[in-house]
Design a protein around this ligand. Structure first.
Ligand code: HEM
Ligand SMILES: [Ca+2]
Length: 339
């Protein structure tokens, strides 16, 4: 009978493909040296660069090599694109890290994103491949959506790269562990939901709340009013949560963390394979840690907010009135600590 080949790594871990052994110290050094053991700024930024690098791809024309690390290899070109503002900071960490560990830039970005997620309670395990070759060309400008783009334009760009509207909303679960620096630098690290260190579904609920004020000094391009002091809302998130093509998916994710996390995981793997041939890569998912569960199983209304503050679309599944409201009075949403 066939016996699945196994290899024993230097640290005693048994893996199904010996090529994964080299990524065990990569994983540990990412966690300790880059992410400092937390679902903080650097973990967030690594998930963001995983998107920006990979989406340099089109199924129909040559827009770039996809998940190939060109964001780093051709950083002099791609980091100057406006939509990549702020990505330079994590490149400064990941570029020397990849060189020191002898792995490709495409791998440090996509493997790094999966390891980053493992630090965020509630995040799913993402099927993770390694073995990407070095990038041979930069992506063209315009592949990364801007927060001030209309929904039509965002959905068209994502479809051009192979993603259906439901998959776009699944990918936007990433904004549950996210903050902005570049739209309004004066309030850098202001988060998109009240729990940026948790991969919960709070962002899907909070973006549905009626916006009431700007967290900083008025309005900026790509920014709209948010419901909570200190919370930042992207125009694109507001609009995708309310557009008839995407609102029902958005609302369903506010109600069902596990389905949301599962769909996000599948979409992240798909993203990580853009421009790559899966059968030429090695599956090293078995060395990615599973994130701890989120402390909450259901989204909650931030203190002072109720069902009546939601801006809902009528969907097949009516939005329940039973979600709980946090006790107390609303305080400002804390900024993500700098790393
Ligand atoms: C679909 C359209 C999208 C738009 C318009 C968009 C826009 C933005 C913007 C403007 C920021 C703030 C950047 C800054 O000022 O520092 C941001 C942050 C972020 N985005 Fe997106 N995004 C989109 C999709 C995605 C996707 C698909 C992912 C990942 C799968 C992602 C992951 C993140 C993360 C993790 C952050 C936080 C980075 C940090 O805190 O350092 N975004 N996004
Ligand atoms: Ca969150």
């Amino acid at each position: 009978r066939a016996i699945k080949p196994r290899a024993v790594c230097a640290d005693g871990t048994t893996v199904s493909n010996a090529a994964c052994c080299a990524f065990i110290p990569v994983r540990d050094d990412l966690i300790n040296d880059i992410f400092e053991g937390t679902c903080g700024e650097n973990a967030h930024s690594t998930v963001r660069i995983a998107f920006h690098d990979a989406i340099g791809w089109s199924d129909f024309s040559d827009k770039g090599g996809g998940a190939d690390g060109s964001m780093i290899a051709f950083g002099d070109i791609e980091l100057a694109f406006e939509a990549n503002a702020g990505i330079d900071e994590i490149v400064e960490d990941l570029q020397p890290f990849a060189l020191a560990h002898g792995i490709s830039f495409g791998d440090v970005i996509q493997f790094g994103s999966s390891v980053a997620l493992s630090l965020c309670p509630g995040a799913p395990l993402v099927q993770t491949f390694v073995g990407r070759a070095n990038a041979t060309e930069p992506a063209v400008d315009g592949t990364v959506p801007d927060p001030f783009n209309p929904v039509d334009m965002i959905l068209a760009r994502m479809l051009d790269a192979g993603f259906q509207p439901e998959e776009v909303i699944a990918l936007l679960a990433s904004h549950t562990i996210a903050a902005q620096d570049e739209i309004e630098p004066a309030i850098e690290r202001s988060p998109f939901d009240s729990t940026p260190a948790l991969f919960d579904n709070q962002v899907f609920l909070e973006v549905l709340l009626q916006g009431t004020a700007f967290p900083g000094n008025g309005s900026h391009e790509g920014e709209v009013e948010s419901p909570l002091p200190g919370e930042f809302r992207l125009q694109s998130d507001r609009d995708l949560a309310r557009d008839p093509r995407t609102a029902c998916t958005w609302q369903s994710f506010a109600l069902d963390h596990d389905t949301m996390a599962q769909k996000f995981s599948a979409a992240m793997t798909k993203l990580s394979l853009l421009g790559q041939f899966q059968d030429q890569l090695v599956d090293c998912t078995e060395i990615i840690p599973q994130a701890p569960p989120s402390s909450r199983s259901q989204a909650f209304f931030p203190a002072g907010k109720t069902f009546d503050d939601l801006e809902l679309t009528a969907c097949d599944n009516a939005f329940p009135t039973t979600l709980l409201t946090q006790e107390g009075t609303t305080t400002s949403v804390a900024r993500v600590p700098p790393q």
